[in-house]
Design a protein around this ligand. Structure first.
Ligand code: DLL
Length: 434
């Protein structure tokens, strides 16, 4: 497969480091002059832009948390006047005001370049017909991927998310070869196709570019099998740009990171200490070329591992492991730390458990309770009570062995757990606060 921008994607590590340092120095000078929050934070540490003499000096810089973005809502972190901002997006948090981000014309050009890379990494070419089933709107997923795919030269169908029957009709009638959406929506599309007796494997669909939420290998296998495609994962976040930060190549062995535009660090989420390559920690991202909304050492809360070994695809970029958990989605249940992704992995390792599940945490008296609601594949359903009890027990044992907690397993009718055209919600924590 051709490499979209071979000059940058196959750059020697030395040349890359030189480029990154130059860009880091300009970014620090840029924000110091233009964004009061950064000037204050740098002053408080006694750091001036000229103190950045090597890439390791990034550690002199303050980290940036979502709270800084909230406190300066909506435009206080912008480094250019609104006259130079040609687009605004936002990310809806679960509560309160959204995070608002802006782009200059130059930023949009960079963004398009980087989502073109993601599309190319996944195998999209001008011969593809790409159905965009991400939400278009304030969410960065739709517009971000849209322009990159157009730049590659593929034919884009900007379907937007939802209206699954119409999505299927387009896939059949337009000969869609690639689908772009969240992994949960891909699975839902597969399910609706099955309900309508549409054999997805006989359609021209061959690629899936999925991102915006975590998905494990179990989920990938399920989607690949049911849609008859090669599924790749891509990652990004609004605060840093949106999609385009990293994406898998066809080898599906880590997400290639756009290191010429971002500086990536992995740190211990508790101490902030830098961690060596190969160790899991929180990903921090510093933008190197953003004009309107640069960020210094943004705390993504996403947990990953960086691998700088060369990939067989020929690109020299470092790769990050699939993000399976966030520092802030860890549940503490009866004192045990549990990530929802661990429960997902336990569930999907059992044949007959559908990838639709809901983790419900509650408190009875002083005791935390853990319930996992799962759907069971139609052909696994049995009228014999004893069979179903044995099945539930098998699932409970698996959860117990993976997370070390006993869980109540509730089997629910297929189709009853809420489906989504966007990001899936897998956890309900009903415990009282405090
Ligand atoms: O979800 C940007 C995006 C859109 C990326 C489409 C890829 C495709 P936000 O809504 O700001 O932006 O959410 C960002 O979503 O910090 C991660 O926790 C999570 N996330 C995004 N992509 C992945 C992924 C977009 N591939 C937050 N794997 C991030 C795991 C992901 N988590």
């Amino acid at each position: 497969m051709p490499i979209w921008n071979a000059e940058y994607e196959t750059m020697s590590r030395d040349a890359l480091a030189e480029l990154q340092l130059r860009r880091l120095q300009s970014t620090v000078a840029w924000v110091y002059e233009r964004v009061p929050h950064y000037r204050d934070a740098l002053d408080a540490r006694g750091v001036r832009p000229k103190d950045i003499k090597s890439l390791d000096d990034v550690r002199l810089l303050p980290t940036t948390d979502k709270s800084a973005l909230r406190d300066t809502y909506p435009f206080g972190m912008f480094a250019v006047p609104l006259e130079q901002v040609v687009r605004v997006h936002s990310s809806s948090g679960t509560t309160g005001k959204p995070i608002v981000v802006g782009y200059t014309r130059g930023d949009l050009n960079t963004w398009t370049e980087l989502t073109a890379r993601v599309a190319s990494l996944a195998g999209i070419t001008e011969h593809d017909r790409v159905q965009m089933a991400f939400l278009y709107g304030m969410f960065t997923g739709g517009w971000g991927m849209h322009y990159g795919i157009e730049r590659v030269g593929a034919t884009v169908f900007p379907a937007g998310s939802g209206n699954t029957e119409r999505q299927l009709m387009m896939m059949q009638d337009f000969g869609t070869t690639a689908l772009v959406c969240t992994p949960s929506y891909a699975l839902y599309i597969a399910e609706v196709a099955e309900q309508h007796g549409i054999d997805m494997r006989s359609l021209p669909l061959r690629l899936g570019l999925f991102g915006g939420e975590p998905s494990g290998e179990g989920m990938r296998a399920e989607i690949q099998e049911r849609l008859g495609i090669l599924a790749t994962d891509n990652y990004g976040l609004s605060e840093v740009m949106g999609p385009g930060v990293s994406g898998e190549c066809e080898r599906q062995d880590g997400l290639h990171m756009a290191e010429d535009h971002f500086l990536f660090e992995v740190v211990d989420p508790l101490t902030g200490e830098a961690l060596p390559d190969g160790e899991e920690g929180e990903l921090l991202i510093t933008t190197l070329t953003k004009e309107a909304f640069p960020v210094l050492r943004y705390r993504t809360h996403d947990l990953t591992v960086i691998d700088r070994t060369a990939c067989a695809c020929g690109r020299t970029s470092a790769r990050m492991r699939k993000v399976r958990a966030r520092t802030d989605d860890m549940l503490i249940i009866r004192g045990v730390n549990v990530f929802p992704s661990q429960i997902e992995d336990a569930l999907l390792s059992i044949e007959g458990v559908e990838p639709h599940y809901l983790i419900v945490v509650d408190r009875k008296g002083a005791l935390d309770t853990l319930e996992v609601r799962i759907e069971v594949a139609g052909n696994m359903f049995s009228d014999v009570m004893a069979d179903m009890v044995a099945f539930s027990k098998r699932v409970a044992d698996q959860v117990q062995s993976v997370v070390g907690l006993s869980a109540k397993i509730t089997l629910v009718e297929p189709g009853t757990i809420e489906r989504t055209a966007g990001k899936a919600r897998h956890v309900i924590d009903q415990r009282p606060m405090g």
